[in-house]
Design a binder for this molecule. Structure first.
Ligand SMILES: [Zn+2]
Length: 534
């Protein structure tokens, strides 16, 4: 039989760095009825520079950029379109999709999708009725999505094994959940993290017919766009530190690709605190995968005790000593009122609790596959930095290389990441402002230097109230320390999806400077907009 424990096991402390007690969210704004007249019409590009529109759909990214082409026509670029289920703010994601259509006259010159999480791609699928009707010239994806890339393929296989293992673990935890509160909690965490990776439909499929989910998950959203683009100029998979990209008709604007790193170790490097967040090791993955799809003999090989020392729960109920098991192992399920929950003596669910770690690692790993772009404007050389949800390993890798003649730059030109950072006047904050997605050294502190120092503006796509109250442990999106650092750097010129702009104290920014900032900004319930002049 299973060995007894002498003391009640401790529930493992949540290692999710988002975790801990919920800080207070900013008070929600009083809801007023959204006014569609405020956002109708075509999005006109500025005379020079770029207009950036951040939609306010809820937890997720959706950014529309408008450049003016040399012939005076607009060039529209969309970066991501997704939202976590249940995180809606004032407007529906359908209104977002329809607005993209109306604002662009139904023509997107370019779409870039940073990574395959729900909150970055779900809109393409849920609003495919709109996206199917758009003209989309071209799609940019990270090299990690390239089916012909060997490393990408290897990583995908492991990711799928872990994913299937987690679906199996979640299923088993559901069975145990009634007996033990800690199981219920772990189950909830895995469930919410799996929500990023798989649709409800795929969750069912993963449990019953795992072979069928290959290449599905959030990729269906990506496919909606890919189908449109492949009818025109196609899909390009971007690799970091290659020749800066240009787009037709928009003279001089250059796109430097910084990430994701083409390096497995960097992709698995997620946390700046030195905590142990590695993608599942081979053994661990095998352990999980064995549970998902392997024959019973393989599963048996991964049990902690040989079968003759074990009495499964189902058998204990009919066992000659069932009264003993009932009394001391909590087989009266759930325990009667006033009775102790004695299920802690059982170890049938113990290994499942470690699956929380896998779920966190898997989610962070996909974040690290984010496509990262520095967009350089031609005249002033100002830079806009879009980092998706890139985490530590992605950020650190940017600095390992520079651009020069070997990366296709002409006339002896050399560009370093520090140089691009120094010219960054617009920052799309990484991973909704979370703790490990905005580096300070080699990141925020290096942005907007010298002549660019006074011009820094940031956008944070986060719904703090939702992040804190519907997740357990609560997600600090944005993390207060990061929000404050960005706010300080930008002297208050920070758009957060869930709140109105607030002028800083006069000693931080003069009234005239704030007015100048507002003159380049638009605020309504559907989006925030800002123009970076060139
Ligand atoms: Zn995200």
């Amino acid at each position: 039989m299973a060995p007894k424990r002498t003391s009640k096991p401790k529930v493992p402390k949540p290692t999710n760095p988002e975790g801990g007690r919920a800080p207070k969210a900013e008070p929600a704004e009083p809801a007023s009825a959204p006014d569609p007249a405020a956002w109708s019409g075509v999005m006109t590009p500025p005379a020079s520079g770029v207009k950036i529109r951040m939609y306010r759909q809820g937890h997720g990214d959706c950014f529309l950029l408008a450049f003016r082409r040399d012939d005076g026509k607009p060039f529209y670029m969309l970066i991501d379109c997704g939202m976590k289920k249940g995180s809606k703010l004032q407007c529906d994601i359908t209104e977002v999709a329809e607005n993209i259509r109306d604002a662009t006259g139904g023509h997107l010159n370019l779409v870039a999708i940073t990574h395959e999480h729900e909150d970055h791609v779900s809109g393409f699928k849920s609003e495919h009725a709109v996206f199917d009707g758009l003209t989309i010239d071209k799609l940019w994806l990270a090299w990690t999505e390239d089916l012909d890339n060997e490393l990408a393929d290897r990583l995908r296989t492991r990711y799928k094994d872990t994913l299937l293992g987690l679906v199996a673990a979640a299923g088993q935890l559901e069975g145990l959940g009634a007996r033990d509160r800690s199981d219920t909690r772990v189950h909830r965490i895995i469930d919410s993290l799996l929500g990023f990776e798989l649709s409800d439909e795929d969750r069912g499929l993963a449990a019953t017919d795992p072979a069928k989910i290959k290449g599905r998950t959030n990729k269906e959203g990506i496919l909606v766009v890919k189908r449109r683009a492949d009818e025109r100029e196609g899909t390009v998979y971007l690799r970091p530190h290659t020749k800066p990209l240009t787009v037709p008709g928009v003279h001089g604007v250059r796109f430097f690709v910084l990430g994701p790193p083409e390096n497995e170790a960097s992709l698995k490097d997620m946390d700046p605190q030195g905590e142990e967040f590695h993608f599942a090791t081979a053994e661990e993955r095998f352990f999980l995968a064995a549970f998902a799809s392997s024959p019973p003999t393989v599963q048996e090989a991964h049990q902690p005790f040989e079968s003759r020392y074990r009495i499964p729960v189902a058998k204990a109920a009919d066992h000659e000593h069932r009264a003993f098991f009932k009394e001391f192992y909590g087989l009266g399920n759930p325990p009667a009122a006033g009775d102790d929950d004695r299920s802690w003596r059982r170890i049938d669910g113990d290994w499942l609790r470690s699956s929380e770690q896998f779920a966190i690692r898997m989610s962070s790993y996909i974040n690290n596959t984010s496509l990262v772009m520095a967009i350089e404007l031609p005249r002033t050389k100002k830079v806009l930095l879009f980092v998706g949800d890139a985490q530590r390993g992605n950020w650190v890798s940017w600095h390992k290389q520079e651009w020069d003649s070997r990366s296709g730059l002409a006339n002896g030109e050399e560009v370093t990441v520090t140089d691009l950072m120094g010219r960054t006047v617009f920052y799309k904050v990484g991973h909704h402002g979370s703790h490990n997605a905005t580096m300070n050294k080699g990141g925020l502190q290096d942005m907007a230097q010298g002549e660019f120092a006074g011009q820094f503006v940031a956008m944070i796509p986060a719904n703090e109230q939702w992040a804190l109250t519907t997740n357990d442990p609560p997600w600090r999106h944005p993390l207060d320390a990061i929000y404050k650092a960005i706010l300080k750097k930008a002297k208050g010129r920070v758009f957060v999806m869930d709140r109105k702009l607030k002028p800083p104290a006069a000693q931080v920014l003069s009234g005239a400077e704030w007015q100048a900032f507002l003159a380049n900004s638009t605020q309504n319930d559907l989006f925030y907009e800002f123009t970076v002049e060139d």
